[in-house]
Ligand binder design. Structure first.
Ligand code: 4NP
Length: 158
């Protein structure tokens, strides 16, 4: 990447922005630091029920088990400006991807994609919503979003 290229800016989007996308944000932040890469990273939800709230307690506990504190994150809803500000927007599942396509303004510049399309062997799959399950579901979420974060870092290094 040339030095004059703008910083890659990556947004993760799920439904509530309190379970899956904050974990994806945390995983990529940690991997970017480890790789010495400067990235603009954020997460948002297509829904507005949890705007201003911290991540779900189970998501916070999962991140903490992996050495990351996400208690300062706050839920927010996707905005039209996000489609211009971010170079890449990754949806955590197919419904959120279709909703993003519907919400994208005519002058959107961001590339939209399904997050697990980044991961060998998981292309086309959704990161399942762990909200209505137990804490073990959040660990599966973590493993999936962390694999995607590793793949994103690989892609940016290439
Ligand atoms: P997320 O999970 O989209 O991974 O943040 C959910 C959080 C909240 C709700 C649904 C999914 N909800 O219906 O409130």
């Amino acid at each position: 990447m040339s030095r004059t290229a703008p910083l890659p800016a990556i947004l993760f989007v799920c439904l509530g922005n309190i379970c899956r996308s904050p974990l994806a944000e945390a995983a990529l932040r940690a991997r970017a630091v480890a790789a010495g890469l400067e990235l603009d990273i954020d997460s948002a939800g297509t829904g507005d029920w949890h705007v201003g709230e911290p991540p779900d307690r189970r998501a916070r506990a999962t991140a903490r088990r992996h050495g990351i504190d996400i208690s300062g994150y706050r839920g927010r809803q996707v905005q039209a400006e996000d489609f211009r500000r971010f170079s890449h927007i990754f949806a955590l599942d197919h419904t959120n991807l279709s909703n993003l396509r519907r919400l994208a303004p005519a002058d959107a510049t961001a590339r939209l994609g399904l997050l697990l399309d980044m991961v060998d062997g998981l292309a086309g799959q959704a990161v399942a919503d762990p909200y209505y399950g137990g804490e073990d579901g959040f660990e599966i979420t973590w493993q999936q979003v962390d694999a995607a974060a590793a793949a994103i870092i690989d892609e940016l290094y290439r």
